[in-house]
Design a protein around this ligand. Structure first.
Ligand code: NAD
Ligand code: ZN
Length: 344
């Protein structure tokens, strides 16, 4: 088991990672507690929740992104008020990124902010959303439009929960892990050496390395203002557009597809090390099948929907060499031309 510390200007957060973290740290959460989970997680872990959080208030959100709304946020806050929670209570988010984002937001708003703890149960939430303090709900059909920066005091990351995840959710988390590989030498070399990158033992063991990377980034750019936190969007510009184009929910998979295309673009523009790019693409191909677009203009056009891409300019974060990356700003026409060349 390992503890990772996140120190930001606003707070200190401790992330307990490893086998047995839940059993060891969940009972230590003291005071008045209120737990938010979702219907799927509750169906699998409801007994465990009752056993470890006796007498704790509970709100069970319908599973899925469609619940990340003001309506459910307001419902959670109402349930917290009905439970007569006081200022020293703890809100526990027990679930994937949807639960983490909305429960984190509720914790940041209730009585102007109460203690928040994250217990992430998906691979994606373990390596990404539970760490770093971004909370949100979707609004007016725009993802994460309304939210706060609010660090949890503790995050309990236990590989135990990965055992019940459907394969699609494993692939989603793996997408973000391969993204970290393009940003972080340690994650990269471990992935290259591993014969079975889908093995749960392997995934559980690499989670703390990904968290360490995110912690380093967040500790110097908590509020996403100086460009460093933006590097975590590697692959996401073309990935989000692919997600909209194919209209399937499989975020991590599309991040990989986005990375694959963006690596080719970076190579054509002679941005970084060609051998390294080829190695990264081989890694991506081990995890996901790369599609050829029938309508590349449409796919490229969807990249404009991304908040990061203002006006006619498209922003891509691309790796340059092991552990290094840079931001590329392309005109929309150039982006389309390059995507077309790659798509042939
Ligand atoms: P999710 O929370 O919808 O979980 C995916 C599915 O897995 C759900 O159906 C859930 O019920 C189920 N599930 C969760 N744990 C399980 C378990 N242990 N066993 C079986 N099933 C389980 O989605 P996600 O992929 O975890 O997170 C996506 C969300 O995270 C998005 O809303 C995204 O915007 C957000 N996000 C936030 C940040 C951040 O920094 N705050 C970063 C990345 C993503
Ligand atoms: Zn992502």
């Amino acid at each position: 088991m390992t503890d990772i510390l996140l120190n930001t200007s606003s707070c200190k957060s401790i992330i307990h990672c490893g086998d047995g973290a839940f059993v060891k740290y969940a009972p230590l959460l003291g005071g008045q507690k209120f737990l938010v989970t979702d219907t799927n997680v509750n169906a699998i872990y409801g007994k465990l929740i009752k056993e470890y959080f006796v007498g704790c208030g509970l709100y069970v959100l319908p599973a899925g992104e469609k619940s990340k709304t003001f309506r459910y946020l307001s419902d959670i806050l109402a349930a917290m008020a009905d439970a007569e929670l006081n200022r020293s209570c703890t809100v526990i988010a027990f679930g994937g990124g949807v639960v983490g984002d909305i429960a984190g937001l509720a914790a940041s708003l209730y009585m102007r902010g109460v203690n928040a703890v994250q217990i992430p149960t998906t691979l994606l939430s373990q390596v990404d959303s539970s760490v770093g303090g971004k909370t949100a709900v979707d609004f007016k059909n725009i993802k994460n439009l309304v939210g706060t920066f609010y660090q949890p005091s503790e995050v309990i990351v236990d590989p135990l929960f990965l055992k019940t995840l459907p394969p699609r959710e494993i692939r989603c988390g793996l997408g973000e892990i391969i993204k970290y590989a393009a940003l972080d030498k340690v994650v990269y070399s471990k992935l290259l050496k591993e014969a079975n990158i889908f093995s749960l033992d392997f995934l559980g063991s690499i989670v703390p390395d990904c968290i360490r990377h995110k912690v380093r980034v967040v500790s110097v750019d908590e509020r996403d203002v100086n460009g460093i936190r933006k590097t975590l969007n590697l692959g996401h510009t073309t990935g989000h557009a692919a997600e909209l184009y194919y209209r399937r929910k499989s975020h991590g998979e599309f991040v990989l597809i986005g990375m694959y295309y963006e690596l080719h673009i970076a190579e054509k523009l002679k941005i970084g090390d060609v051998k390294y790019y080829a190695e990264l693409r081989r890694l991506i191909e081990r995890a996901v099948k790369i599609p050829v677009y029938a309508d590349i203009e449409k796919a490229a056009g969807l990249a404009k929907m991304d908040k990061k891409n203002t006006g006619e300019s498209i922003s891509l974060v691309v790796p340059t060499s092991e552990g290094e990356s840079t931001e590329l700003k392309l005109s929309f026409d150039e982006y389309v031309r390059l995507l077309k060349e790659v798509n042939q």
